[in-house]
Design a protein around this ligand. Structure first.
Ligand SMILES: [Zn+2]
Ligand SMILES: [Zn+2]
Ligand SMILES: [Zn+2]
Length: 243
């Protein structure tokens, strides 16, 4: 929902710490002059402005929930600037959701409006994007299948409650593992702090970054309780990844 959460006056929502201001989760990967994002959140435009995003070469989707897709319409300026379709990648389920949520994009009837121009690709296995291999990581978000992605020695896995054993094998040997940890309380669709710490203990990445954090977790107070190599991610966090 983002932090501050609308209508909430809790300590985290009123915190003066900029780390406690959280837009909806996504990541930007920049390499060889290319810019690839994972998910287009409802905050995509603000996030792109913050990092002065000058181009967009591809979008990878984790799943079709509103907090991960609703910024898709804002790819239009990149269509105009780059004069190309933006390739978008997702599972069959996610692409079906996008076609439903954004039916106007896929409507064959002519229109005078500018529409996002996308090239749709179903993910069935690892893909190469501009020389980097992205390995889809299948997981479950309550009953819904979702995809995480591994790229080199890092992986991004948000919105999950269960990671199948076969997927765990793909998440070993990581330097950086970015994973869902919604709050302390259990949730039927999301991993909580305890469950994510257990997964980190099992997979042994060098560093883990918790994301998709709700207003139950204050940045400084939560970090003080976590092991050194596990930190809450925050808006604007940047680090290098070995491909
Ligand atoms: Zn709050
Ligand atoms: Zn979700
Ligand atoms: Zn979500």
């Amino acid at each position: 929902m983002g932090v501050p959460t609308l209508g909430c006056h809790c300590a985290v929502c009123q915190s003066a710490d900029p780390h406690d201001k959280r837009m909806r989760p996504s990541v930007l990967l920049e390499y060889d002059g290319r810019c690839v994002v994972i998910d287009t959140t409802p905050d995509f435009r603000s996030q792109a402005l913050r990092v002065r995003l000058d181009r967009l070469d591809a979008v990878l989707y984790t799943h079709g929930h509103a907090d991960h897709v609703m910024g898709l319409d804002d790819v239009r300026p990149f269509n105009s600037k780059q004069k190309v379709l933006v390739p978008i990648y997702g599972s069959r389920e996610t692409l079906a959701t996008l076609r439903r949520q954004f039916s106007y994009i896929f409507d064959p009837l002519p229109t005078a409006s500018s529409l996002p121009q996308v090239e749709v690709h179903e993910i069935r296995g690892p893909i190469d994007l501009f020389g980097v291999k992205f390995v889809p990581i299948r997981a479950f978000h309550g009953p819904h299948p979702v995809l995480g992605y591994r790229f080199g020695r890092a992986a991004y896995l948000t919105d999950f409650s269960v990671v199948p054993e076969a997927s765990k094998e793909l998440l070993r040997g990581l330097d950086d593992f970015i994973l869902d940890a919604l709050r302390y309380e259990p949730h039927p669709m999301h991993s909580n702090v305890q469950q994510s710490l257990e997964l980190v203990g099992e997979l042994e990445p060098a560093r883990a970054w918790f994301t998709h954090i709700c207003h139950d977790l204050g940045h400084a107070a939560t970090n003080a309780k976590l092991p050194e190599h596990v930190r809450l991610a925050y808006d604007g966090l940047q680090f290098e990844v070995e491909a």
